[in-house]
Structure formats: structure tokens, C-alpha cells
Design a protein around this ligand. Structure first.
Ligand SMILES: O=C(O)CCC(=O)C(=O)O
Ligand SMILES: [Fe+2]
Length: 211
């Protein structure tokens, strides 16, 4: 875990330097307790049902990770896809001894969209065996307030003018407190759990259901 955090930290320093910010700029937003989570995911084979839409199978529907950076290890089964700026879905073909790095939504907002979050999905598993993946989500403390970043104009001019994504603009998480976004992001990813345990008002406040 420490080594993986080291990878994420190095990447964040490189991104900060590319935006002409101090190297430790993003790390300084992390607060005392960074929200770093590892998840081990098993995708069982879907047999004859692989053609079901991902949202109704055992893949993962199109989304952006909501934090800073994700360092993801996948086995050789395949199924992870990323969406290009033109909206085309392409395979993130497994390459031995490499990690997939996903840019998260908080990073997109902080960098004024110079770094656009990776829209990705996982297709239903068409192989005859399990797929295992291990993402590590590398995020600031839940009470951290996102800083204002002023990206120099000449760098801002290099930002992609138009990016097509299945995740629409109004779905992006905009709160300045990281944890609020993380909670909303969780509610988006685990719809059934949230329907059972929480009430979300139209203004976006969340209350736990009784009993
Ligand atoms: O299993 C994968 O390759 C990706 C999983 C994922 O996108 C996620 O958990 O946010
Ligand atoms: Fe993801």
C-alpha cells in the first residue's frame, strides 16, 4: 500500500509541476488523514448473459472515479474500457507489470479541466473464468477543502476544447469539500444500498433512514 501511494504521490507531483504549481501543491490539500482505499473486485463469468447491458449485468457502468487518482491493477482477463475524447470506447488491454491510472473528478475540477477525468466502464465478463481487479483510490481527507487553483493562461490554452463523455456535465460533483463529493459519488455507485439506508433530498442533503 505504501509503495502504491508512492506511485500516486509521484504522479501528483508531476501534474503539479506541469501546471507550473509547486510540486507539493496537491499533497498539501490532503490534510492529516488522506482517504486512501483499496478494493478487491471479482467479476464472475457471465456465461450466456454477456450481451446484457453493463448496467444490468456484473460489469461496471460508465463513470468517472470521484477523487484524485486511481492506481489500478488488473489481471489478464480484460473487459476494462476507457472513453476517448471523441466518445469512442476502447479496450484498456491488460499489459503485464503495469498499472492503469485513472484521473478522478476532483482532479478534473482542480486543474480547470486541463486533466480531464477518465470515463471508464467494465464489460460483463465474457471469459470462462473470474476477472480480478484491484483499484487503489488515492484521495484527500474527507474534510479537506479544495483549494483554488490558478492555471497559467498559456497552459489552460492547451486543455482539450471538447471531450465527449457518457458522464454528463450536470452529473459532475462540484462541492468544495472533498468528502461531500465522495459521499455523493458513493450514492451514485451503490444505488441499491443508498435507497435502502439513506434519503437524499432534492438539494442534495443526505439523511440516514430509521431502522
Ligand atoms: O475493475 C476495474 O477494472 C475497474 C473498477 C472501477 O472502475 C471502480 O471500481 O471504480
Ligand atoms: Fe472506476
Amino acid at each position: 500500500m505504501e509503495a502504491l501511494c508512492g506511485v500516486a504521490r509521484r504522479l501528483m507531483r508531476a501534474v503539479a509541476l506541469s501546471l507550473e504549481l509547486p510540486a507539493d501543491f496537491f499533497e498539501s490539500t490532503f490534510g492529516t488523514e488522506p482517504h486512501v482505499r483499496m478494493k478487491v473486485i471479482r467479476y464472475p463469468p457471465m456465461g450466456d448473459e454477456v450481451d446484457r447491458p453493463v448496467d444490468h449485468g456484473l460489469g461496471v457502468g460508465p463513470h468517472k472515479d470521484y477523487g484524485f487518482l486511481t492506481v489500478l491493477m488488473q489481471d489478464d482477463v480484460g473487459g476494462l474500457q476507457v472513453q476517448t475524447a471523441d466518445g469512442e470506447w476502447i479496450d484498456a488491454t491488460p499489459i503485464p507489470n503495469t498499472f492503469v491510472i485513472n484521473i478522478g473528478e476532483a482532479f478534473e475540477r482542480l486543474t480547470q479541466r486541463c486533466y480531464v477525468a477518465t470515463t471508464h466502464r467494465v464489460l460483463n465478463n465474457a471469459a470462462g473464468r473470474d476477472r480480478i481487479s484491484v483499484p487503489v483510490f488515492f484521495n484527500p481527507a474527507v474534510d479537506a477543502r479544495m483549494p483554488d487553483v490558478r492555471v497559467p493562461d498559456d497552459i489552460l490554452a492547451l486543455a482539450p476544447a471538447r471531450v465527449i463523455s457518457d458522464v454528463k456535465e450536470h452529473q459532475l460533483l462540484q462541492d468544495s469539500i472533498y468528502g461531500v463529493n465522495a459521499f455523493k459519488g458513493l450514492s451514485r455507485s451503490h444505488v441499491n444500498v443508498f435507497e435502502r439506508w439513506y434519503v437524499v433530498s432534492e438539494e442534495g442533503t443526505v439523511r440516514r433512514k430509521e431502522g
